[in-house]
Design a protein around this ligand. Structure first.
Ligand SMILES: Nc1ncnc2c1ncn2[C@@H]1O[C@H](COP(=O)(O)OP(=O)(O)OP(=O)(O)O)[C@@H](O)[C@H]1O
Length: 411
């Protein structure tokens, strides 16, 4: 990469052998002042570059999202009704339009009547789709008996309490809410940096209330074909109704509920349709009995305000990275089953793990354990944690420090 032309020059120190001591001292003092000044200028430039980098990353994310939407933009779902010598008769879902379409030789052999296919705007068959149940399985994770408990979650006690009040109490104590005549929050939105325990919170609430945990990934929803995202949202709420008590967890909700952009691609329109379906399911939520809904996002700044209105995600809970005490607790949780040598002081270690998320700490403890194994020891020592830190912090997936990735969000 070429160097930016406007970077300040490296200051030079010219000392003449004929100079007196006083002159030398003066030259050195000036040189020092110049270095301090150049350093300050470089700091400014660095800040500027980091700001610019954060902006560019934001743009890249947005472009990636649009690209993803465009790739699936113009595909619709249809069912093959009949195979004839002239091609296949297909029926498009949604409008039930029947069309005879040519088939490419490669598809001809694969297709059977009854298959679901993806077609483009001109009804040409693009791919054979998986079974409907596969599409659901890919987008939804159903866990009738999640194992996470509140004790497994460290450093976010206030958030645990808030989630319990907003999600657990209405499930366990529905009568009390009815008698007092208040409506519990419709949906809870957890927002904060990645790996801080948002999914754990949702699972723990489901566990403590003996509810089925049903997770839907927002990013999966937008990868589907026209009409499929909205249908999956419908399925999600139907399934939760069948399995009540249930906790619906929509991860990465920003993928379906981002602020409207000015782009008019059909991919964006499809994302909008999916979001509309989600909003209408939430608006009809009161009659759904023992179903609670939690969503999570790392990109709170991107959300469309429509989803935050009363009756929708009207309880916002920020889940931040843990402070030193929280980090200490998370270290204890993740080393509970490890043998740890006496020279490891968790409070001391936690104080040094500035900006680590819960997930970073979990990764750190595993790495430390690996170093002990490599050294053929059974107890994990302080030096293992040090080596693990070096590894975690130099790898790309290590913690992202304050002036990095999240500079552009509010976290
Ligand atoms: N507060 C915490 N206490 C204990 N462990 C944690 C905590 N936060 C994260 N972890 C560890 O990190 C893993 C990932 O956490 P989780 O999936 O809940 O994060 P998340 O906030 O949902 O992340 P993302 O936004 O990336 O989906 C957990 O399985 C756990 O091992």
């Amino acid at each position: 990469m070429s160097r930016s032309p406007s970077l300040p020059d490296r200051p030079r120190l010219d000392l003449d052998p004929d100079m007196s001591e006083a002159e030398r001292l003066e030259a050195l003092r000036k040189h020092f002042e110049r270095i301090v000044q150049v350093n300050a200028e470089l700091d400014d430039r660095l800040d500027e570059a980091q700001g610019r980098r954060a902006d560019l990353r934001g743009e890249v994310d947005e472009l990636k999202r649009r690209n993803e939407a465009l790739k699936t933009a113009s595909l619709y779902i249809a069912t093959v009704e009949e195979l004839t010598d002239d091609g296949a008769v297909i029926k498009q879902h949604g409008n039930n339009q029947e069309v005879l379409t040519d088939l490419s030789p490669t598809l001809e052999d694969d297709l059977e009547a009854g298959d679901r296919v993806a077609i483009n705007d001109s009804f040409s068959v693009q791919t054979v789709l998986d079974d409907e149940t596969d599409a659901r399985a890919q987008a939804m994770e159903v866990d009738a008996d999640p194992e996470v408990t509140y004790d497994d979650i460290g450093g976010i006690d206030d958030q645990v309490r808030e989630v319990r009040e907003a999600v657990e109490d209405p499930l366990v104590n529905a009568d009390a809410f009815r008698k007092v005549g208040i409506t519990p929050p419709s949906g809870v939105l957890l927002h904060g940096p990645p790996g801080t325990g948002k999914t754990m919170l949702a699972k723990a609430v489901a566990n403590e209330t003996d509810a089925t945990f049903i997770k839907m990934a927002g990013s999966e929803l937008v990868r589907k074909f026209i009409g499929e995202g909205a249908r999956l949202v419908r399925d999600l709420f139907d399934l939760a109704g069948e399995r009540e008590p249930a906790v619906i967890f929509i991860d990465e909700i920003d993928a379906v509920a981002a602020k409207r952009t000015d782009s008019k691609t059909s991919g964006d329109a499809e994302v909008q349709r999916t979001m509309m379906q989600l909003l209408s399911e939430m608006d009809g939520f009161d009659d759904r009995g023992e179903v609670r809904i939690i969503a999570a996002t790392n990109r709170f700044d991107m959300l469309d305000e429509a989803i935050l209105r009363p009756g929708r995600f009207d309880r916002l809970i920020e889940v931040p990275k843990p402070g030193p005490e929280g980090r200490e607790r998370i270290l204890e949780i993740h080393t509970a089953d490890m043998s740890v040598a006496d020279d490891v002081d968790f409070a001391d270690l936690a104080a040094e793990l500035d900006d680590y998320s819960g997930a970073d700490i979990a990764a750190l403890t595993t790495e430390a354990g690996m170093f002990a194994i490599r050294d053929e020891r059974t107890a994990v020592r302080r030096e293992d944690f040090e080596q693990a830190r070096e590894k975690v912090e130099t790898s790309n997936e290590g913690p992202v420090f304050n002036d990095g990735e999240f500079g552009r969000y509010q976290y």
